[in-house]
Design a binder for this molecule. Structure first.
Ligand code: SAH
Length: 397
């Protein structure tokens, strides 16, 4: 008999609204014994069945719903069915976007809480971030092998958030060997190198694919500054768009090194137009300002400045600072593509910070486009937390 979580009165509402999380304070009592990650039944205060969920005794998010169907069994067939659904969405997308790198499963937003799966050519990279995901690792791998018999599977469950679930970081090959070298993916005619073993997230910022394509349209012939370049995705897009010069800036020498190698894989691009600078963006922007340097297009894609609500104020200052400096460096009529990938930063607050930055910079600006994460990172309609990446394209006057 699976254990049962009995909710406090009124706490069934969010489950009935199909939100996948049950917080510890919403639980009245646990009936029976459940191991970490095991499937439990969830019932309302009146005893009504609500769903099957993964139990996470260490986390504030005490359970994550797998299914609202009382007949459902959380087994290999369940995961295969969810994977097929996720795959169908991506097939539609792959027809339009020529890419061999995409997010196959976007966790909660694909009905698989805590489970992220990215595809890079022959590799599937698995990231398990919840107790329930961890519990079903073997089953999930078996389901993946059934659907993708030729794929190699590598695990990158080495994110810090696992600690909140009482889990240790894990990484390594699950099926086949670890890649001997960075893996090249194709994206809209470009080759991009991905460091599956040690890169950020599962190796690459797949969520910026649509925005890389858009950025190329604003880099026709001018001087481009690509801040927080990581492995140079936006920089390559800028060269493809026709930029006369692209300066890629990042604090990580390893990321810049991979960016140089990626560029070398694209002989159709004029490599002499690209520079790779190891620098602190905050300092470099000030240095450029002192020297009176100007750019036609600036891309600002910083790391998450806020990991918790407590850090949000500091994050706002950071965003405002770099946006102000970037606007000051733009030629009149220049373009700023500015992003925030922190899920804790609401879109309207981000826009307000950018507006304040324009005031401080003494510049006027127009929003040309509102940007979001790519389509293979969908947002489940009942899980608004799934939206984390937002950006603006601004014409700075
Ligand atoms: N734009 C990238 C992703 C950026 S991730 C892409 O599309 O792939 C954030 C990057 O910012 C990381 O590579 C990190 O090394 C870099 N970084 C963080 N703080 C920095 C700083 N103060 N100055 C320069 N780079 C920084």
């Amino acid at each position: 008999m699976p254990a049962t979580l009995h909710l406090q009165p009124e706490r069934e509402k969010s489950v009935l609204r199909r939100h996948p999380w049950i917080f510890s304070k919403g639980i009245a009592r646990v009936e029976g014994k459940a191991a970490i990650g095991e499937t439990v039944a969830v019932r309302a205060a009146d005893g009504r069945f609500l769903g099957w969920a993964a139990y996470s005794p260490e986390s504030q998010i005490r359970a994550r719903i797998w299914s609202l169907d009382e007949q459902a069994v959380i087994d290999q067939a369940f995961f295969e069915q969810k994977l097929r659904q996720a795959d169908a969405l991506r097939q539609h997308l792959l027809l339009r976007q020529q890419t061999t790198g995409y997010r196959l499963v976007a966790a909660e937003s694909d009905g698989l809480p805590g489970i992220t799966i990215d595809r890079y050519g022959p590799y599937l990279v698995l990231q398990l971030l919840s107790a329930g995901a961890e519990y079903h690792r073997q089953t999930l791998v078996a389901a993946l092998q059934m659907l993708y018999p030729d794929c190699l599977i590598y695990e990158r469950s080495d994110a810090d958030v696992r600690h909140k679930e009482g889990l240790k970081p894990v990484k390594g090959p699950l099926v086949g060997a670890a890649p001997a070298a960075p893996v090249a993916i194709d994206e809209l005619g470009l080759k991009l190198l991905v460091d599956i073993e040690n890169g950020h997230k599962t190796g690459f910022y797949l969520d910026q694919r649509d925005n890389r394509a858009i950025a190329a349209d604003y880099c026709t012939g001018g001087r481009v500054l690509n801040c927080f370049s990581y492995t140079g995705g936006f920089g390559l897009a800028a060269l493809r768009g026709g930029a006369s010069e692209v300066v890629n800036v990042d604090a990580s020498e390893g990321a810049l090194e991979l960016a140089r190698h990626s560029l070398a894989l694209n002989p159709q691009l004029d490599a002499s137009r690209a520079q790779f600078l190891k620098a602190d963006v905050f300092k470099l922007l000030r240095w450029y300002r002192e020297r009176g340097e100007q750019f036609d297009t600036i891309i600002l894609d910083p790391p998450k400045f806020a990991d918790s609500k407590a850090q949000l104020m500091g994050a706002c200052r950071g965003y405002k600072d770099i946006n102000m400096l970037a606007m000051q460096l733009l030629k009149p009529g220049g373009t700023l593509l500015t992003f925030s990938c922190s899920g804790l930063m609401p879109s309207d607050l981000f826009q307000k910070i950018v507006a304040d930055a324009a005031l401080d910079a003494g510049r006027d600006a127009q929003i040309l486009r509102f940007l979001r994460q790519s389509e293979d990172h969908p947002v489940a309609i009942h899980y608004p937390e799934g939206l984390y990446l937002k950006g603006l394209v601004l014409r700075v006057l």
